[in-house]
Design a protein around this ligand. Structure first.
Ligand code: BYC
Ligand code: FE
Ligand code: FE
Length: 496
């Protein structure tokens, strides 16, 4: 019996356990009683083959027949929601899972605060709500497309498995949004669901909606930075949407957040292990100067200044994903009660922001100035500030490793306005230290602030695949422990 069969058997077992209400005997695993809504079921069943076709065309290139040690969501109970086993990715059970309904839940913010949460789409906000769901949905397949060639250069089977785990779950996140579109938005919802399979990351004539999702993720350092910084936008936006007064969206996002934690873990530990390998190699070679780049690179590890430039790129591009700091769209989504703030329920204010102000940094007459603006209009700025604070934890842990190795170097976050294309700082030239500079000063400095051609070439030269169980490429240290406590030489991916 193959491992896949065992997994299916385990799932059967779990299905029969009374406490789990996820149905795995249906074509589309779900805990939303799909079988009782024939029209919805038909719509999803007709989308399913198109999804699989998209997955085969745009999902992990060259590994569709590999058996991957994946976790599958089998319930929404926080104590035991996942099951592990080797599966071929196209056979992954992409399901529709909502977090449990909270009885008596009300709209948490905005002008409808305190009214019962909506179970159906509030007519007056239909198009705004649909737009939010479409934008959220669009990022999920985009990231899979961006990462589709990485399997071939994986630094280990462990890392390859983590990549594929993230990929299948981003696929499931697409399902989550498509379910909402198809169930709640009729014909145009079905059209949007189709369009989500048609846009392509980086494609000229039909690109993905948001900027960062059209950038390339050409190498594993980019992947780890992306999963640390850009999946963290996912965390923040999902947390804000989990506060939605539209209850089905809230419940979808609450469950998605459970999966998101692993994506952030992959990013944080990926960068962490890269730093570990660098510090160990430097110590062994007796190099203490982090700027002795040629010697560090000769050791087959990533120099720390390059890591900083990579981080600068991913942070600045991701900050653009929060939209303009001052935004009428943001204000409307909040006052309509469609999208809350980070941690809305625990904030101590009126949750309506009647007379509240918020400090936004703007560029006025060639200077950076802090202005008090109505908090309602600064909703995006606030989420961005919360995001920047949330990024710091992992950076501090990375720095601990560098400090322990006795190397004088610290990874820092660049100034908020550095390298921005959206919002208040768009069109300005601002250094990572937060100094407004001229175009020529920018051109002079940019090679030391953002990855330059040399950097990218060097990173590419490190991307030698390492697919022997328990072995790792030179530039990355092994993880502290295996996935689901598997031993170090576990065969996470059985390459066909
Ligand atoms: N690129 O008032 P504005 C994730 C557009 S990540 C291109 O400034 P608004 C994941 C904007 O669409 C989380 N266009 O901003 C992570 C609007 O266009 P329209 C994704 C941009 O609307 C890793 C116009 O500019 N989820 O899950 O308040 C792997 C003016 O907009 C950009 C969400 O984003 C940009 N960067 O806020 C996998 C949540 N920024 O409508 C997955 C849902 C803005 O005038 N989305 N524009 O044509 C939202 O909440 C909002 O749409 C945004 C923008 C926060 C994105
Ligand atoms: Fe996602
Ligand atoms: Fe994610």
């Amino acid at each position: 019996m193959s491992q896949t069969d065992t997994l299916v058997e385990d799932l059967e077992q779990i299905r029969s356990d009374a406490f789990v209400e996820v149905k795995y005997d249906e074509a589309i695993p779900n805990n939303v009683d799909l079988s009782s809504d024939k029209q919805l079921l038909r719509a999803l069943e007709s989308w399913h083959p198109a999804y699989l076709e998209w997955w085969k065309d745009m999902g992990p290139d060259g590994f569709q027949d590999a058996e991957v040690y994946l976790r599958t969501a089998v319930g929404v109970d926080p104590a035991g929601w996942a099951k592990f086993g080797h599966v071929k990715m196209p056979d992954y059970r992409w399901g529709i899972l909502l977090a449990p309904k909270i009885e008596g839940r009300s709209v948490p913010c905005g002008k409808h605060k305190g009214e019962p949460a909506w179970q159906e789409v509030p007519g007056e906000y239909r198009s705004l709500l649909k737009r939010l769901i479409v934008v959220q949905g669009d990022t999920e397949p985009a990231s899979v497309e961006q990462q589709r060639y990485l399997g071939k250069t994986a630094p280990s089977l462990y890392d390859m498995r983590n990549l594929f785990q993230v990929n299948v779950e981003e696929g499931r996140h697409l399902w989550a949004m498509v379910y909402l579109l198809v169930k709640h938005f009729g014909k145009d919802g079905r059209e949007e669901a189709q369009a989500l399979l048609e846009r392509r990351s980086g494609q000229q004539d039909n690109p993905r909606i948001l900027g960062a999702f059209n950038e390339r993720t050409p190498d594993w350092l980019s992947f780890f930075m992306f999963t640390y910084f850009t999946d963290r936008d996912g965390k923040m936006q999902l947390a804000a949407l989990a506060e939605s007064g539209f209850d089905p969206l809230s419940r979808s996002c609450r469950f998605m957040l459970t999966e998101e934690a692993h994506h952030l873990f992959v990013g944080e530990t990926g960068v962490q292990r890269t730093i570990e390998a660098t510090c160990q190699a430097m110590q062994k070679a007796g190099i203490t100067d982090p700027y002795d780049v040629a010697r560090v690179r000769a050791l087959g590890v990533v120099d720390l200044p390059l890591l900083q430039r990579k981080a600068n790129f991913h942070m600045s591009v991701t900050r653009d994903l929060f939209g303009s700091e001052i935004s009428s769209n943001g204000a409307e989504a909040f006052s309509a009660g469609l999208k809350g703030r980070f941690n809305e329920a625990n904030l101590k204010d009126d949750h309506q922001l009647h007379d509240a102000l918020y400090t936004v940094t703007r560029v006025v007459d060639g200077k950076l100035v802090d202005e008090q603006v109505p908090a309602l209009r600064a909703i995006n700025c606030r989420l961005l500030d919360d995001y920047i604070a949330d990024c710091q934890g992992g950076i501090d842990r990375w720095n601990k490793t560098i400090e322990k190795a006795g190397i004088e170097f610290r990874i820092t976050q660049p100034y908020k306005g550095f390298n921005r294309r959206i919002g208040e700082f768009k069109g300005q030239r601002i250094t990572p230290e937060g100094k407004l500079v001229t175009e020529s000063e920018w051109q002079q400095g940019v090679g030391s602030w953002l990855p330059n051609a040399d950097d990218m070439q060097f990173i590419a030269s490190l991307m030698k695949p390492c697919a022997e169980p328990g072995k790792f490429a030179s530039w990355i240290a092994p993880p502290a422990r295996g996935i689901n406590n598997q031993p170090g030489d576990f065969e996470y991916v059985k390459i066909a």
